[in-house]
Design a protein. Structure first.
Length: 359
């Protein structure tokens, strides 16, 4: 038996749906499969599960999601990160509901046209919903194949990606495409894991070349090293019995369409109130003589894929008789209503840590 045939045969024999039961597995509803796949992009299943349940309960059909206000969808997504997924999800739902009369695309090519859907997600939806013969290729698949075949080339190069895509398609059980794709994904998530591979109980161990060569934890090879830049955010938490000030982030930057407190971004940490209020990025519509510093909280750190955010929260009592004239994208909101907006996780932490002190 060839190594490729051995791999597919052993993997399919190993797989059992009961090993890792999840509500989006072994269903044929393309809407719910698509919803789960978008949630699971960059997210572990355990973290994504409550979000999936919440979305399905509130938006049982694609039309429900399409007709929801964007702020509501973003609030539902709050805490899950990579918020472009939520914006793309909403846009794709509108496309299916209004342009395709609610009929979800039925071919790989058409599924790939949905906003936010790439080759992996299209292959997953096509195989799980329609059993179409398209192999999924994600981080789990790269790792499993690179180890079993002890492939020495980097998986994050053009040549490496092409090799793995072709290999994955050859290995695919084309009669049971959905089952095979689920099997290799579950295998990578539970057996052939990144740091603690269960080689002693692996059904593929007999012919695993990386195990034989002692290179399990060297595969897959990656050439590109993640570079993060550090940004310093100073949030102005304006406190008044009648209002707080929030802003909707509209620029093409992190957290687009989420809300935040007025922000002064600096190129280094700011420790003194005098330095903050004299900073070049201070909003000119907010007069400093109307403010007094109550306290400074933080810094808090949030690691994003390519950025590190260091945030400090400056609680400022507003003392003028009339509220400031805020620009477009800013809102005066009742303090008790401010938590109803969708905020980045780092501001969510601030709310959670200071719930007793805010109002």
């Amino acid at each position: 038996m060839s190594e490729e045939l051995y791999f597919t045969t052993q993997l399919m024999a190993w797989y059992s749906p009961d090993q890792r039961p999840l509500p989006w597995k072994h269903i044929d509803d393309p809407y719910r499969i698509w919803l789960s796949e978008i949630i699971l992009q960059q997210t572990r299943a355990e973290q994504g599960l409550p979000y999936y349940k919440k979305f399905v309960a509130r938006y049982p059909k694609v039309e429900n999601l399409a007709n929801a206000p964007e702020d509501e969808v973003m609030k539902m997504w709050e805490g899950l990160g990579y918020y472009s997924r939520a914006r793309n999800l909403h846009a794709a739902a509108k496309y299916v509901a209004f342009e395709l009369a609610g009929v979800f695309p039925k071919t790989y090519t058409d599924i790939l046209q949905l906003k936010g859907v790439g080759p992996y997600t299209a292959a997953a939806i096509a195989s799980f919903a329609y059993n179409l013969p398209h192999a999924v290729v994600d981080g789990n698949v790269y790792r499993v194949l690179a180890r079993f075949f002890d492939y020495p080339e980097a998986s994050d190069t053009t040549a490496g990606k092409k090799h793995f895509a072709q290999l994955a398609q050859r290995l695919l059980d084309k009669e049971q495409a959905g089952r095979y794709n689920q099997a290799i994904m579950d295998f990578g998530a539970t057996v052939c894991t990144p740091k603690l591979a269960k080689c002693e109980n692996c059904p593929l161990a007999e012919k695993c070349q990386a195990l034989e060569n002692g290179t399990v934890y060297e595969r897959p090879l990656k050439l590109k090293k993640l570079q993060r830049r550090t940004r310093y955010f100073n949030y102005l938490v304006i406190q008044h019995p009648e209002f707080q000030i929030v802003e909707k982030r509209s620029a093409k930057d992190i957290w687009q369409n989420l809300y935040q407190f007025p922000l002064v971004e600096s190129d280094q940490p700011l420790e003194d109130w005098s330095l903050l209020k004299e900073h070049a990025a201070w909003p000119d519509w907010l007069e400093t003589e109307n403010l007094s510093l109550k306290r400074k909280l933080g810094p808090r750190k949030q690691e994003l894929t390519h950025q590190r955010i260091i945030a400090s929260f400056w609680e400022l009592d507003y003392q003028a008789a009339t509220p400031p004239d805020v620009p477009e994208n800013f809102q005066l909101v009742k303090p008790e209503n401010s938590r109803k907006f969708a905020f980045p996780k780092i501001i969510g932490w601030y709310f959670d840590d200071n719930l007793l002190y805010l109002f």
